[in-house]
Design a binder for this molecule. Sequence first.
Ligand SMILES: [Zn+2]
Length: 241
Amino acid sequence: MHKYNTEGIVLKSTNYADKDKIYTILTRDYGKVRVLARGVRKITSRRAGNLDTLNYVSLKLTESSGFKNLDEAVVLESFRDIKNDLSISMSAYYLAEIVFRSVEEDDTSPEIFYLLLSTLKKLNQDTALTVNYFEVNLLKKLGYALNLDKCVVCERKMDNTWSSYSFNLDMGGFICNNCEGFGFKVFPDTVYMIQDLQKGKFPVTGAVQDVKVLKQVDSLIKGFVSDNLDVRFKSLELTDR
Ligand SMILES: [Zn+2]
């Protein structure tokens, strides 16, 4: 029997047997894990509320014959501000779902854990763009970075000699003015903003005033997420409404 301590963010829970639950948790040290919590569905269980989806928790686990059991969970941050706001909470559940569906159980790198934690902490400000930052950087860490170096048709280096920018989702990137018939035209600011996001620079709040650009950034990135992860997210559809 192996015991260990770590921290994690609760992504999902499902009922198991009569009184138990299985939680899927993105941990700092062991990647995405499934843990069995015995007796948490009993009314007297004190642990159940600690394990609400999106909670950032400190964990004590025991592993025996390949099965992880949850011995203790202490809440470090419950993100109550997020959960009390319908629209922001939908975005937060979308982040949990995207990680639940796209991160493999054997991927133990801590980067995605820290990306999710830092995104949840700043989700109250500039929610849509913060989600875009998360999406672009999650995809990059999963190996699906958008091509921002050159034209995806003629391979011309992307620089300030481009007089227009177009985009083609199937080709996974941007298209120069010589090849513009291969995609649809986008605002140059859309390209600059996505470059910043993918470089890990978060655009300064207030510097971006143009709603048309923000909407275009969001729809390009959402398209790229759906295309690469081959899934249309339930919580995303709710957000769209
Ligand atoms: Zn070109």
